[in-house]
Ligand binder design. Structure first.
Ligand SMILES: [Zn+2]
Ligand SMILES: [Zn+2]
Length: 366
């Protein structure tokens, strides 16, 4: 089968012919429906080397940590899964037995230093291939919802969902406001999650007019950049400030904007990994305003997000690429020429949702 492989540090990935894997006990073989291309893949193959990251990310492996697909085969001991059904893949894979993993938060595995990889597509073979193996525990049911558009939910959806869940106590009740800075793939999903899970007024800002228009159609009040940006946002809160700010960029000016508009006892979550430094001292932020970062999310949260998607609350903007054109997806991503997420589709002719014709009971637990 074909797979997009990361083979050496500071080297672009390449399409290679590899053996189709077999599921180990406790795993399933997934026929990949869609695999999202993510900016952190670019960091992996362009920026990192053994001096900057741990051995878990060392090449070689197949990229793709935002994947959805159909069950093709089940490994020994796997119960209750049916061939042809569509699932989303929770990427992180921790030790499975520490306190963090036991609550489905493999991202913060206490034994991460000893694990052989971080996630499917980050150290372990991921979804930029015709097939991949996945621990059955990491599968999230998609029902009849389209698995191709669902793929980015595994990271571009779960990351904002987790950040919003952690800020929900700031947004409960009437008269609250949230601000989304940066309306790429993650920011567009954040607007929709905020609309679906809170009664807050959602304010959104971005440099691209078409991204602002899309967020406006999804119920956000949009504010453009420029000198009066912070004042305009404060006005929209009645002068109180924003209860929860989500910065999907993470540059110095965007974090400074967040500091200017956050309310007393509000919360700023920096989600974007641009790494901009900012000054913090006792007087720089309003009283008791929190400033924090965040990383990916939990298995349980991905179940919740997938339910919102199945129920029609979340649309994911995707541009499809064949596996043969997967490198072009990354070129567009690097140039920033896509609105939404690039998704590689290895089986373009497969029916999107599971139907009775493709459902086929397979021997379970053997
Ligand atoms: Zn990612
Ligand atoms: Zn663990």
């Amino acid at each position: 089968m074909k797979a997009l492989r990361f083979t050496a540090w500071k080297t672009k990935p390449s399409l290679q012919e590899v053996e189709r894997p077999s599921p180990a006990p406790g795993e399933v073989l997934l026929k990949v429906a869609g695999a999202g291309a993510c900016h952190s893949d670019v960091a992996v193959y362009d920026q990192f080397d053994e001096s900057t990251v741990g051995p878990q990310l060392a090449p070689a492996y197949t990229l793709g940590h935002e994947t959805a697909g159909w069950i093709e085969e089940v490994g020994e001991g796997v119960l209750g899964l049916t061939k042809g059904d569509a699932y989303l893949v929770y990427g992180p894979i921790g030790c499975g037995h520490c306190a963090a993993c036991s609550r489905g938060q493999d991202t913060y595995c206490e034994n991460a230093a000893q694990t052989p990889f971080l996630a499917s597509g980050l150290g372990k073979d991921g979804g930029m291939a015709e097939y991949m193996t996945v621990p059955a525990r990491n599968l999230i049911p998609l029902g009849d919802a389209d698995p191709v558009a669902a793929a980015p939910l595994a990271d571009a959806g779960l990351t904002p969902y987790h950040a919003i869940k952690l800020a929900l106590d700031k947004l409960q009740g009437g008269g609250k406001t949230a601000l989304v800075i940066g309306l790429g793939g993650l920011g567009q999903i954040a607007v929709q999650v905020l609309k679906a899970t809170t009664a807050a007024t959602v304010i959104a800002t971005d440099m691209k007019p078409e991204a602002m228009e899309l967020a406006g159609r999804r119920g956000a009040v949009t504010v453009s950049g420029g000198d009066a940006q912070a004042e305009r946002i404060r006005e929209l809160t009645g002068g109180r400030g924003v209860d929860a700010v989500f910065d999907f960029v993470g540059l110095t000016p965007t974090i400074q904007l967040a500091q200017k508009v956050v309310a007393k006892q509000g919360r700023i979550t920096v989600v974007g990994i641009a790494g901009g430094p900012v000054q913090w001292d006792f007087y720089s932020n309003p009283y008791e305003a929190e400033l924090t970062n965040t990383y990916w999310g939990t298995i349980e949260e991905l179940h919740e997000l997938a339910a919102l998607y199945r129920d029609g609350h979340i649309e994911v903007d995707v541009t499809r690429f064949s596996l043969d054109h997967a490198l072009e997806a990354y070129e567009h991503l690097e140039k920033g020429t896509l609105l939404g997420r690039a998704v590689v589709v290895p089986h373009p002719d497969a029916p999107a949702a599971a139907t009775d014709a493709v459902r086929e009971q397979v021997a379970m637990g053997v």
